[in-house]
Ligand binder design. Sequence first.
Ligand SMILES: [Zn+2]
Length: 445
Amino acid sequence: MAAFDAFDAAVDTVVGFDIEMLTTPELLPLLQRYERARRRLPTGEHALINKLAREATPEELGGTLSHAVAEWTLITRAEAARRVREASDLGERCGLTGEPLPPMLPATAAAQRAGRLGAGHVSVIRRFCHQLPGFIDLDTREHAEAQLARLGSQYRPDQLAQLANRLTDCLNPDGSYTDDDRARRRGLTLGNQETNGMSALRGWITPELRATLEAVWAKLAAPGMCNPTDDTPCVDGAPTQDAIDRDSRSSAQRQHDGLNAALRAVLASGELGQHNGLPASIIVTTSLEDLEAAAGSGVTGGGTRLPISDVIRLARHAHHYLAVFDKGKAVALHHTKRLASPGQRIVLYAKDRGCSAPGCNLPGFYCEVHHVTDYAHCHTTDVDDLTFACGPHHRMLRPTGWTTRKRANGDTEWIPPPHLDRGQPRTNAFHHPEELLLDGDGDAL
Ligand SMILES: [Zn+2]
């Protein structure tokens, strides 16, 4: 703590300097000094994070390590996960008998400690090392890593990335990757919904998924097929010549509509079975007001905002659930079964919309039903006593000492055990942003 106080004092001195009298040749090297200081800091964090990874229990952390890093430092989950992975690559390791081992990427770790590599360089080198195919031997890997760590002190990260790509081409000239290499890289990410309602879909797909998509698109994305501007879109059989001639969509738009039609067919087939006790289907909740005015929007069980025009169009297809609520009032369902009934789950989709733990953004689709008052005590499954909790938050409750209780207004309050109490918020307004605009106690989010 004394060292950190001295460190803070030194930072105060440095940022407090009067730089008015300095000339350009004196100012530019100062930028280098700032950058060097910035680069060295993560080294100390790696040791802390790795020690926590080795020794801390989920109970002490209140969840996973990256969860705890994100909560205590208020950085994003993604950034916290990145720091945990970087620490495991660049921090010292421990052998089976507790003896210290050098870092996985020793040259990069040493250059970071010396302030010669910044965050951008480190991410280029780590990506390079992790994407090398499995057949490259250890010596070659270590040599390549050391070369990149050396070059990184002379080039910008974007230049280093180009060098790393050249090096990858040299080491793997045929681009021969095994199924394992490909399997490691596969993944699709659905980006956050933008204010205009659209979302970006990005990722890398395997040759197999590509072949499947091609076959589906050959049929459903052909000109004249699944065209939403047609009065009765052609979804099976062959489209009429007229439908083909009227089709003014781009091929990207046709592929979008074809994928939508294919997925809708899967939902409508009923072969997905049940998800959390309801048939797998799109569940939309909306207010009576919005529906009558054919304006506004609905919210799905997955947390997507749907314009009311889409809600009405979806209601024409298959059997989706539409729960309508008048001025936020949900019909209370009383039940004495241990499991929440499908009806109660739909009510929770509308009332809670998602996990009620403070700051949690997981929508109801991915949530479990939690009894706020322990079922063993109350023996009822009254919807007023239920709330949504995502898997991680639900599992966190009992063993780590967290408790829940209902406030008078129906909100669920999450009370941390003393060792995890940072004065954090206790209720979650994440799924009810409209309430933040109302007058309140400001304790919502
Ligand atoms: Zn949660």
